[in-house]
Ligand binder design. Structure first.
Ligand code: AGP
Length: 607
């Protein structure tokens, strides 16, 4: 996830681009850059936040009335001046910024290198600039079109050339792109808020479309070249809402970003037959076969993602796996050996407890794999191997999309380990891959049922206590649902395995006490229904999360939140979504500061 800007018009492009990038900084902030044309192309870029770019522009100013800009969230190559966008071809005549991932960039890069190309960065973006320059034969649009034809992935790219001044060509393949229409000037951006203070008239570019931007406006075409009559959308959001992309809170925006987070986290890593490619994971099959155990360590929501990982590794790999809270593991004097892989999970990669536990595992001789969202974070630098989630910056303290990406990362890891150990055969790998590729659509469908979660939120918003139950993977989801609810709604909630209820907590179930049950695991369905009946017998109110094909549950539950039917192993990916929405709506109804709940911080860098 990165931020893209473009400008064509009578004004100096530089300040407009930088201003837009500042408003897009939430999309990424490890480096930023701009390029403008005035006869030739001039590029300025700097590692770090946009203030660094501004300082550079003060020292080395540039001017020109056509330009493109970018704020980066690293995916290929560490955050650095060299890897910052924009990137040019070797002649400096073509310049590109891009958001997303070119999945086959390595093979494209190898082909170019074999033909003599020399690269100055580790990015997939620079490969685009090289290809466009090679394809150019007097028509920038055609050159971009031919480039798109050889690139696989989910991305948006924006291209400018000194050979065709006064024009920007952009393409959207999944990653967002909008055009802002001014009076004699036109803007391009990843998101409406970047230029909403300059214009209220927008064209939304859809997937597989191309747009040619000049000062006179924008022409939208399919990638193949058919012109599209795109209606102009007039936006009347206020500025606070605009910053959140039209959502009332970052949390809701981030919940809705989850389908594309799944797409991005899978991009270039999972073939249809379940073969997995993990770019920063270096261990070989012999090492994987030698493993006796997997440890997973993390805190909070990342720990809950680890609970899912533990269950998947046990079930799919038949490999002993233990998830431990990092703050417990670091003082538990655990017996971790060299034949044991430790996986540390952390969105920020800066959580003090997780760092300490990871170090301790490393010192015990265990290889350490980090699952983190932040390229260059302390955890990623310490780890032997890194599996980056590609959720983009998460602003809301309550984690949602980062959790989602952690789940997807662990499915990928299970496939990678399972194929090496021979516990995942081709048929199972293909089934899991197929299911994962269908997950963005399944999440979309679950999000469409948001009105049901609003009704359920009405039912529990005044409760004193809420209980979450489930078995196996459903228990792991119950834990996350409970944490989400308590951290933003300040309602007391507790999660437990469904079978545990009768061992004590049942004493607290009286008339109207809400119990949220997750019911996606068919092998233990009847067992969980028994717990539901125990609750009903005491007057408890049942809210169930269940497949849309599950007719039985309607006989037992007061309210059912539906998810699409899918393999049970993958169900956590969809089942968490109604619980995130439920927590969000309860907190909203109770009037809380959703994005910054009391007493909490986004990154806990102290013990
Ligand atoms: C969850 O919504 C919280 N933000 C919190 O539990 C968080 O997951 C935990 O502090 C760990 O953070 P990390 O993933 O950055 O390590």
């Amino acid at each position: 996830m990165c931020g893209i800007m473009g400008y064509v018009g009578p004004q100096d492009a530089g300040p407009i681009l930088v201003d837009g990038l500042r408003r897009l900084e939430y999309r990424g902030y490890d480096s930023a850059g701009i390029a403008v044309t005035n006869g030739s192309i001039h590029v300025r870029k700097a590692q770090g936040k946009i203030v660094n770019l501004e300082a550079l522009l003060k020292r080395e100013p540039l001017s020109g009335s056509v330009g493109i800009g970018h704020t980066r969230w690293a995916t290929h190559g560490a955050p650095s001046d060299a890897n910052a966008h924009p990137h040019t071809d070797p002649t400096g005549e073509f310049v590109v910024v891009h958001n997303g991932i070119i999945e086959n960039y390595q093979s494209l890069k190898d082909q170019l290198a074999a033909a003599g190309a020399v690269f100055t960065s580790e990015t997939d973006t620079e490969v685009l600039a090289h290809i466009i320059a090679r394809e150019y034969d007097g028509d920038l649009v055609e050159a971009v079109r031919s480039t798109v034809a050889v690139c696989e992935g989910a991305y948006a790219m924006v291209v400018m050339s000194k050979k065709e001044p006064g024009k920007i060509v952009a393409v959207r393949k999944i990653s967002p792109l909008v055009v802002g229409l001014g009076d004699g000037e036109t803007y391009l951006a990843s998101d409406i808020p970047a230029v909403l203070h300059r214009t209220r008239d927008f064209m939304i570019i859809e997937d597989d479309e191309m747009v040619i931007v000049t000062s006179e406006g924008a022409t939208v075409k399919t990638i193949e070249g058919t012109e599209i009559d795109r209606e102009v959308l007039h936006i009347d959001w206020d500025s606070a809402r605009a910053e959140k992309g039209g959502y009332d809170h970052f949390m809701l925006k981030e919940i809705y970003e989850q389908p594309s987070v799944v797409t991005e986290t899978l991009a270039g890593r999972l073939d249809e037959d379940g073969t997995v490619w993990l770019e920063d994971v270096a261990f070989d099959d012999d090492y994987v076969r030698s493993l006796d155990r997997v440890w997973i360590t993390a805190c909070g929501t990342a720990f809950h993602a680890g609970l899912i990982g533990q269950e998947i590794f046990r079930r799919v790999l038949r490999l002993p796996s233990n998830v431990e809270y990092a703050h417990e593991l670091r003082y538990a004097d655990p017996i971790i050996g060299p034949n044991e892989l430790t996986i540390a999970i952390s969105q920020s990669g800066e959580t003090a407890d997780t760092l300490a536990a990871a170090r301790q595992a490393g010192e015990s001789g265990s290889r350490m794999l980090a699952i983190t969202n932040v390229v260059g974070s302390t955890l990623s630098r310490y780890a032997d191997d890194v599996l980056y989630t590609r959720a983009g910056p998460e602003i809301s303290v309550a984690s949602t999309k980062a959790y989602m990406a952690m789940l997807i990362a662990q499915y990928l890891l299970a496939l990678r380990l399972g194929s090496a150990r021979g516990t995942v055969d081709k048929e199972l790998a293909t089934r899991i891959a197929h299911g994962l590729h269908r997950m963005p659509a399944a999440i979309e469908k679950t999000l469409a049922a948001e009105p049901d979660t609003i009704r359920a939120a009405e039912e529990i918003k005044d409760a004193d206590d809420v209980y979450f139950i489930g078995r196996g993977l459903d228990y792991a989801i119950a834990m996350e649902g409970s944490l989400k609810l308590k951290e933003i709604s300040y309602l007391h909630s507790e999660a437990m395995p469904a079978g545990e209820l009768k061992h004590g907590t049942l004493a607290l179930i009286t008339d109207g006490v809400p119990v949220i049950v997750i019911l996606t695991q068919r092998s233990v369905y009847d067992k969980t229904i028994s717990a539901v009946q125990e609750v009903k017998a005491r007057g408890g109110k049942i809210i169930a999360v269940a497949y849309d094909t599950d007719e039985e549950i309607a006989k037992h539950a007061d309210t059912v939140l539906r998810i699409p039917d899918m393999p049970d192993l993958l169900a956590p990916v969809a089942a968490v979504v109604p619980l995130q929405l439920l927590a969000y709506h309860v907190a909203r109804m109770r009037g809380h500061d959703i994005d910054q709940p009391r007493n909490l911080a986004k990154s806990v860098t102290v013990e």
